[in-house]
Design a protein around this ligand. Sequence first.
Ligand code: FAD
Ligand code: NAP
Length: 590
Amino acid sequence: MSEKKLTVSGFASCSAYQQAKNALLGMKAIYPKEFDITVNECKTFLSSHRFLVVIFLIVATRDEYMAWLPSFRETIDAPNHKTSPIVWFEGGKYLGGRDDTIAWVKNLLTRTEEPPSTPPNVDPWNPSHGFDYDLVVIGGGSGGLACAKEAVKNGAKVACLDYVKPSPHGSKWGLGGTCVNVGCIPKKLMHMGAQLGEHAKVAKSYGWTGFENGKNNWDELRDHIQDHIKGLNFGYRVQLREQGVTYLNKLGKFKGPNTLECIDSKGKVQVITAARFVIATGGRPTPINIPGGEYAITSDDLFSLDKPPGKTCVVGAGYVALECGGFIAGLGLGEVVILVRSRPLRTFDQDTVKYVLDYMKQEGGIRIEEGILPKSIEKLSNGRYLVHYGDKSEEFDTVLAAIGRTPDLSKLGIENLSSPLTIHKSSGKIIATNEQTSIPNIYALGDVLHDAPELTPSAILAGKLLARRLFGNSTDTISYRNIATAVFTPLELGTVGFSEEDAINEYGKDAIECFISEFKPLEWSISDVHHDVNSFVKIVVLKESNNGIKNKVIGLHIAAPNAGEVIQGYGLAMNKGLTYEVSSLYQDCL
Ligand code: FAD
Ligand code: NAP
């Protein structure tokens, strides 16, 4: 059954039939490659339509239509349908009459401005290929695991390799990739730990006693988190086994477009072959290239440090820098200084970022040095590090480099492929169309893919959809637009869509309107701890979009407690075509 192939049947003089037919032909005109519309209508002359096959059928007049309908409607399980038109999908699923058809079309048009999915290019797939596997996924992180499991569900024979190259400081971990081991999971848990400290500060106002002098114990926090992660590593291994994916804890290295060397930690080599490959090798923190840069740890090391970080110099001002700086200060593990090259969270809505930074500086006691690059790091005899930056030098216990991530293509042997894999010059990531690379049987997804966000939910969805397209006859592709994201800073930041600045660059100042609200969250109201900083929301509205939609919400930015959770619902609403009701009634509510 295809939800893109429909038939509309009715009699020509019926206005409801004409409306439904025109709505469907409109979809065909907008998305000519996507929709197939068949019109069952009797006419007295032959005609052809640019976009459709016209079938000349049984129905000439109202009476003839009404005579034909009762026997036909049973075949599509619509025994109560009594009017013209009647519309159904290929395979016989009933859609409805005029109103249902128009509602269906409206829904498709408002759901997204992207065209419905385009079928991927076809790779040279032959079910009797004779290779060891239908699919080998290289990388058992967020995207790779999702893809491998979904491919097996769709009948493929699959192997998944995952191998962690130790960080320069020797940190390594188990199956599950960045998010589980050295990313989202430990970060969110440490953020939650820091938030508990914040709550403890106001607990007295809520009638609690005994929380005032609490102190965080790093060893306990780290061990509990690491134990949880080991449980997740084990769970993933069990899932792969139970679901029939062959797991190889080995480093994958291409020997050709269908051949992979799999090398274990002792250097033992196994060669496997596959009809298709997915590269889901993610990224690793970019090392800092200054004298003494080797002394800086990265997020790969932070969550398993054998002692609390202490006074920390964080280099960078993106997600990782602000989140890690935020929880180190929030847990009371040490003073934090953040060195910012240009501006913090440079690509985010800057009014919203200001609230996050004000909170970090005023309530979190974090020092933020803007427009500063570190020049060098020296190791001192007392075990501390002397960081030279700007015209200052300062001692720290830890230097954390959080200056972005580099796609992990090292040791993958892409130079051994018969034709070159196209790599983007500046990002160093793989260029692909619908995740298909320049080599037709090799796919790429997640952090290693150019122009895809470096986020876990999008890597998971991309992996599942790709597996369904490769082995399950689906044509659905992922859209990387309007993906909601959160920065888990002490005051959280949730964002989706255009910043005000980007919206103006895209549409022009006159086309945009922003609605903002500054407020004190209820949870702060009975305490004097957060008295200087407020929370903030900005809605960026396009006054009229190309297709005539008024006040379309194209950006939403929140700096507030729990913004990370709140933004998810708005992300969904925006992708469904959220508009802003510009009335005093709603403005009062905002
Ligand atoms: P990864 O999860 O990185 O998995 C790739 C795997 O491939 C790794 O295990 C790697 O060791 C393995 N590998 C590499 N080369 C080979 C090879 N040749 N052979 C075999 N195996 C190989 N995202 C969010 O959405 N929310 C968050 O809150 C969030 N927080 C983050 C916090 C931090 C500190 C960091 C660093 C990242 C965070 N992210 C977050 C981003 C998220 O972790 C990544 O976007 C996601 O993990 C990418 O998934 P992936 O499948 O592309 O790659
Ligand atoms: P990032 O967000 O791209 O930020 C990199 C930061 O480092 C920027 O502030 C950049 O400054 C700075 N920088 C780059 N090169 C530098 C240099 N040589 N010296 C000093 N500063 C330098 O990278 P990230 O924080 O490592 O995060 C990587 C990705 O992981 C993110 O894009 C995100 O998708 C994902 N992630 C997501 C979450 C989440 O969802 N909550 C959390 C963590 C990570 P400029 O602005 O001047 O370039």
